[in-house]
Design a protein around this ligand. Structure first.
Ligand code: MGD
Ligand code: MGD
Ligand code: MO
Length: 770
């Protein structure tokens, strides 16, 4: 299975030139079209109009922050947020009849898009050992089955609990508490594949795993870097903040191998400039960088800044700040001065003038922010790259002051909150101590398994039990064939999900589907209607409250599922009131308020309008890292290299997908319609490799283990990506990312830096279905 079964055919492909602007009126039209297809005008009103309002639903689209209460638009959502929310609010349903009609193998032959389109899951289902079908099971029996599996493990470390970043704070807290009371730290999450590298590098250098900027900082910056991110599709509301910054006089430098529409120009549908005018230019400068060249770029800029200081001593660097707040400057400076210009230009694909122009922009700017996302974190040298970005910020004191800072732009709407709640296989001792004091049990101290190590352990038979709180682990993880083998090797796999996906079809001997309420739905428990809380990319914690009737009377909330599972499984050694937690999520927040710094008095503060800003010690000049100061680092030179005849492949999102879930086969801003099985290649490479536009090719990744990883039948699309680089969509290309190919230190899969060769396509083996 090289070509995922059921992948859409790619005959219908049409290609037009990439768009040069994002959002505007077409975006609103697309949002409404999609939402009316999935739901009704009334439901659309109930979801979209309360989205990101003070007492409404937090948009599940991304983790971008909301403006303060007085500054929100009536329509505080974007096209893609609207699509994501309506994908959940759909009126389509899947019940036991559906699972009688399709066996697990048949479902396994359907595409990711088809699985998602079938509608909301409505009742708990079980696939028993030896069977190829899901059949209904009562909740009571489902919990019994899960509990007896867990109790039969030789060690709690034979269980793995995965979390995806849509889970609420309350559900995340309940899950980690349950896992630790059971006795394991095996708590992998989607963050392991997302911003793990940011967390590692920022912890080490600044003593925080989170960004240091607020929306106000962005509005007031002089210069903003957008590095390795595609805000037009993935964080559209960031464009409103950038528009505001530009109106306040900011300059923007975009760094990307692809000229993404949202980096170039933004037409804000909320104002006349966007609706009838030309919108606003976003990037003043666009650096068309080679994949993986960002470490070299920032090293080059840093070297030029040091040389500027030599020429004008005392005028360029923030000497007072460097003296008072940092360590390691001398070692860093010595290393930076020794970097070779030829290396920098080869790695970046830029000219020296381009890097010098960036230096001049920096020298003209008092307040600088660097934003980044997956184009930075999913590389082998992601951690040193982010450390180098921190060096860059520290040199001119661009940390801790208004209008400055580091801005890792988070993906999932609550991925940051889940970490705050303890979803991490290596939570620090102070958190574990607080759990111990609060609940009177000894949380396990050895670190648990992250996502990549979980797959290895599952494959080796060391894991018997896998439970996922949201997400689609099978498709999100690298090396699809190996991940599938690992999953099938488990005795029991269980998925707490809203919609059907491939992780339900690639499963253990016994498999459970535990259908749950989504964010759009009313959550009524014994003590009345509940709300949940989430944390955005700017460390603001606020409520989310659904309005729709639940998709089925059999759905349980995530919190209810976890509390009931815990009650059935744990023997009572820990003093945890699961029943009370389920009845009133406020009881969970009370406990959180005593464990998580900054969330004291959580229940009272969170119901006030606006949000709770979690403390950001860096902005007070406090650095909770090993040296107690902001750390300059000397980062060894590293460059990604594709040998002759090969390309460096990045795997990325289209405009019309939510992570592992494609909505359609179109990628509007990039001008691609009708197929996702495309590989974007620089026109010069198309010619040099002897390929032709539209040709059918297989992608084969090259890795030291000699295992052949092949993604079959992609069409070649000549595209303005950097020479030597290529791009294709995730998750269809995850089969190419070797499990062993991870970022140094953070163990994050290198989904943006895969060496591939292209071969004329082998004949198709399976007919694509729906
Ligand atoms: N609509 C929508 N929104 C989403 C998501 C979604 O799937 N759909 N997913 C959410 C999640 S979980 C996340 S993490 C975020 C992801 O948000 P992004 O990080 O924007 O997502 P990707 O599509 O992976 O895009 C990576 C970008 O980095 C660029 N890039 C790749 N390699 C390099 C490099 O080496 N250097 C530089 N400078 N640039 C590079 C690519 O060309 C692309 O523009 O979006 C979130 N928001
Ligand atoms: N090659 C490659 N691989 C990647 C990436 C890449 O860029 N390239 N990106 C990585 C990144 S950044 C991330 S974050 C991961 C994403 O990995 P995941 O977070 O695991 O995947 P998603 O596609 O977001 O999960 C979608 C599923 O979540 C479930 N779901 C949706 N909403 C809810 C809810 O409210 N509650 C519950 N319980 N379930 C819900 C639905 O069943 C849906 O099918 O993928 C990673 N993998
Ligand atoms: Mo992500």
């Amino acid at each position: 299975m090289k070509k995922a079964p059921g992948d859409e055919p790619n005959e219908a492909l049409t290609v037009t030139p990439p768009k040069k602007w994002a959002a505007g009126v077409p975006a609103v039209v697309h949002a409404l079209e999609y939402s009316l297809e999935e739901t009704s005008p009334r439901r659309t009103g109930e979801t979209l109009l309360t989205m990101n309002q003070v007492d409404g639903i937090d948009c599940p689209g991304c983790a971008w922050a909301d403006p303060s209460p007085g500054h929100r638009h009536r329509n505080e959502y974007c096209e893609n947020g609207a699509k994501h929310i309506n994908d959940e609010a759909t009126t389509r349903r899947i019940n036991a009849d559906f699972f009688r009609k399709y066996t697990v193998s048949e479902l396994g032959r359907r595409s990711d898009a088809w699985l998602n389109q079938q509608g909301r899951l409505t009742e708990p289902m079980v696939k028993r050992p030896g069977s190829d079908s899901y059949e209904p099971i009562s909740w009571n029996d489902a919990f019994g089955l899960l509990a007896s599996e867990l109790k039969s493990l030789e060690s709690p470390d034979e269980a793995v609990f995965y979390t995806s970043g849509r889970a609420s704070n309350e559900a995340a807290f309940a899950l980690q508490l349950f896992a630790r009371a059971l006795g394991t730290n095996n708590l992998p999450d989607c963050s392991n594949m997302c911003h793990e590298s940011s967390g590692y590098a920022l912890h080490e250098t600044l003593g925080t795993g989170k960004g240091t900027v607020s929306l106000d900082d962005l509005h007031n910056a002089d210069l903003i870097f957008l590095v390795g991110q595609n805000p037009g599709s993935n964080h559209p509301r960031q464009l409103s903040a950038l528009e505001q910054a530009k109106l306040n006089g900011a300059r923007v430098i975009a760094v990307n191998p692809l000229p993404e529409a949202g980096l170039l120009r933004f037409k804000n549908p909320q104002n006349a400039r966007g609706v009838i005018g030309h919108g606003i230019q976003i990037a003043d400068r666009f650096l068309h960088i080679r994949n993986g060249g960002d470490l070299a770029l920032f090293q080059g800029i840093n070297r030029l800044l040091l040389e500027a200081e030599d020429a004008r001593p005392g005028e360029v660097l923030a000497h007072d700040f460097i003296r008072s707040d940092t360590k390691g400057f001398e070692e860093f400076a010595e290393h930076a001065r020794g970097i070779d210009w030829d290396d920098i230009l080869t790695a970046t694909g830029l000219t020296r003038e381009e890097v010098e122009q960036v230096r001049d922009e920096v020298l003209r700017s008092d307040r600088v922010i660097v934003c980044w996302a997956m184009g930075i974190t999913q590389h082998k040298h992601a951690v040193p790259t982010i450390r180098e970005i921190v060096n860059f910020l520290l040199l001119r004191g661009n940390v801790g002051r208004a209008g400055t800072g580091a801005c890792p732009v988070r993906g999932h709407s609550n991925v940051q909150g889940d970490r705050t709640m303890g979803i991490w296989e290596q939570m620090p001792d102070d958190f574990l101590d607080a759990l111990q004091a609060e609940f009177g049990f000894d949380p396990p101290r050895p670190h648990g398994l992250d996502s990549v190590n979980s797959i290895k352990a599952m494959r080796e038979g060391r894991i018997k039990f896998f439970l996922a709180l949201a997400g689609n682990f099978v498709r999100a993880a690298p090396d699809s064939e190996i991940t599938e083998e690992a999953m099938r090797n488990c005795r029991l796999t269980a998925q707490i999900s809203t919609k059907l996906n491939r992780s339900h079809t690639v499963c253990g001997e016994t498999a459970l589907i535990l259908p749950t309420l989504g964010r759009t739905e009313r959550d009524i428990q014994a003590d009345g209607e509940q709300f949940v809380t989430v944390e955005n990319s700017m460390s603001e914690v606020h409520t989310s409250r659904g309005r729709l009737q639940p998709g089925s009377s059999l759905l349980l909330s995530e919190v209810a599922i976890l509390c009931r599972l815990a009650r059935r499984t744990l023997d009572g050694t820990a003093d945890i009131p699961w029943e009370q937690f389920e009845a009133d999520y406020g009881a969970i927040r009370d406990r959180i308020s005593r464990i998580v710094p900054g969330l004291h008095d959580f229940n009272r503060r969170v119901t006030r309008p606006g949000s709770i800003q979690l403390p950001n010690p860096v902005n007070e000049g406090v650095y909770h890292n090993a040296v107690g100061k902001a750390l300059f680092t000397a980062n060894a030179w590293e460059m990604l290299h594709a040998p002759e005849g090969h390309l460096l492949l990045q795997t990325l999102r289209s405009h019309d997908q939510w992570n592992t879930v494609p909505y359609t086969s179109n990628d509007r801003y990039r001008g691609i319609r009708g197929s996702r099985r495309v590989v974007l290649v620089n026109p010069q490479d198309v010619a040099e490799l002897g390929l032709a536009e539209g040709q059918h090719v297989d992608l084969i990744s090259v890795w030291s283990d000699q295992v052949e990883r092949r993604a079959e039948d992609f069409r070649v699309v000549p595209y303005p990506t950097t020479k030597g680089c290529a791009a294709a969509y995730y998750p269809e290309t995850n089969v190419l990312v070797p499990l062993e190919s991870v970022a140094d230190k953070s163990n994050q899969p290198t989904s943006k830096g895969i060496v591939v060769r292209l071969e004329p396509a082998t004949p198709r083996r399976d007919a694509a279905q729906g």
